[in-house]
Design a protein around this ligand. Structure first.
Ligand SMILES: Nc1ncnc2c1ncn2[C@@H]1O[C@H](COP(=O)(O)OP(=O)(O)OP(=O)(O)O)[C@@H](O)[C@H]1O
Length: 312
């Protein structure tokens, strides 16, 4: 009798290993949604600290928000991050880093979805249609992979109201029509609030205080109110803010001359070229800086660094 149960145990164990190795092999060749895969927090930390320049607030908040969310076995709602700041300060860049740390194929993953307002929702008269499609699209993708990531770029160009279509998915519901959205991540990117962030950064600078002393609490309240009252933020009077469904408003500070230089060096490294400090300085000096008198912050952040480097 004992022999039979030992036999069954061995059989079950070997079936399990075959199944495990089968899934491993399958997932090696075809992308799998590994919902329970924990986040490698130290890899994300290293990525952010090494690659993202001048954004100490964003780095800290994103790291905390993601590790907290992914380590919590009992999340009550999806994670919703709203990234704000001037052009070229790293919002898309960070979303890419986050996406890669959640799904190895990053933006190319079947489980990471990027919406660009001017591309996907261009016509104001089609708001209702966009809302229906967006709901269907998100429902379909979350049903296929609970830990899907949705990135909405150019939120400030999104017609007011469209985003409220996804409100039920962002709320504290266990399920909506049989689908649970609790493990999904929504990231909104916007230039709205960039002026408020710059003002705070300038106030610190003018008061002789260090940029690194700026904290989330100096900016988050101003940002959420500012965005709610801004007709061109995509979140104007949005129920998402009203209902406190956005977990973090994350400020991206305007980049200074020294950060632009760091971007040039990073780009040179990525191209496999030796770092030539003369070229670094020349590229950085070609950028334009504001405000008019102090000339502290780069107009385009690090955005045109790559193309400018081609000239040298
Ligand atoms: N803080 C930063 N640290 C390192 N590289 C940066 C940073 N900001 C921008 N870059 C570089 O500049 C490029 C453009 O930046 P990115 O697209 O992330 O800007 P953005 O904030 O999304 O701008 P926009 O609001 O105009 O969409 C990035 O791909 C990256 O190479």
């Amino acid at each position: 009798f004992e022999l039979i149960s030992v036999g069954i145990a061995i059989g079950a164990a070997s079936l399990l290993t075959t199944y495990l190795s089968y899934t491993d092999i399958y997932c090696h060749f075809s992308e799998c949604c590994r919902e329970e895969q924990p986040l490698n927090a130290s890899a994300l930390k290293l990525d952010l600290e090494e690659k993202l320049f001048g954004q100490h607030v964003a780095t800290e908040v994103i790291l905390k928000a993601l590790t907290g969310f992914k380590n919590n076995k009992n999340v009550k709602k999806p994670l919703t991050l709203s990234l704000h700041g001037w052009a070229g300060t790293g919002k898309n860049f960070v979303s890419q880093i986050v996406a890669e740390n959640l799904h190895p194929k990053g933006l190319k993953s079947n489980f990471v979805h990027l919406f660009v307002s001017t591309l996907h929702f261009p016509h104001e008269q089609k708001i209702k249609l966009y809302q229906d499609e967006l709901q269907k699209w998100i429902r379909g993708n979350v049903s296929a992979c609970a830990s899907s990531v949705f990135i909405f770029d150019e939120m400030d160009k999104l017609h007011p109201g469209i985003i409220d279509a996804i409100k039920p998915f962002l709320d504290y519901y266990e399920q909506v029509d049989g689908v649970s959205y609790r493990k999904a991540i929504f990231i909104f990117l916007s230039n709205a609030g960039g002026d408020l962030i710059t003002k705070t950064a300038l106030d610190f600078w003018r008061a002789g205080r260090k940029r690194e002393d700026i904290q989330l609490k100096d900016l988050e309240p101003v940002l959420s109110v500012g965005v709610f009252n801004n007709k061109h933020s995509g979140l104007w009077r949005s129920g998402l803010i009203d209902r406190n469904l956005i977990d973090y408003f994350i400020p991206f500070l305007p980049l200074e001359y020294r950060h632009v230089k760091m971007c040039v060096r990073a780009e040179m490294r990525a191209r496999g070229s030796a770092i030539d400090e003369d070229i670094v300085t020349r590229v950085a000096e070609e950028m334009t800086f504001f405000p008019k008198d102090e000339k502290i912050y780069s107009d385009k952040g690090c955005k045109t660094v790559q193309s400018r480097l081609d000239f040298h």
